[in-house]
Ligand binder design. Structure first.
Ligand SMILES: [Zn+2]
Length: 101
């Protein structure tokens, strides 16, 4: 029943609370969805994504050198999704430091 792999990309509750506070402070809820024009429709999902980062700009030789945590912000009316860089939000380290619990 417990799927560790499935839970590993789940945003922890305290991180989610901090992310929501940061977005509220930046009036993220005030923005209009560019697809369906809804207001106050963006929600932070309980999962984050890891985007592979390469060690060089040469696509022939580049290797995966790390990953970048991205927070999905999704319009609950049409599903349009924006990805926010967790490091720019100031919570990037929440996803890497001893979070195995
Ligand atoms: Zn929308």
């Amino acid at each position: 029943m417990n799927d560790d792999k499935n839970q590993s990309l789940q945003i922890k509750q305290d991180s989610a609370a901090r992310i929501n506070q940061l977005l509220e402070a930046r009036d993220a809820n005030e923005q209009t969805c560019p697809i369906c024009q809804s207001k106050n429709s963006y929600v932070v999902l309980d999962r984050y994504l890891l985007l592979n980062v390469t060690d060089s700009g040469d696509p022939k030789t580049a290797k995966v050198a790390g990953s970048l945590p991205l927070i999905p912000l999704t319009c609950n009316k049409c599903g349009n999704t924006q990805l926010l860089n967790a490091f720019v939000l100031g919570v990037g380290n929440d996803f890497f430091k001893g979070n195995a619990e």
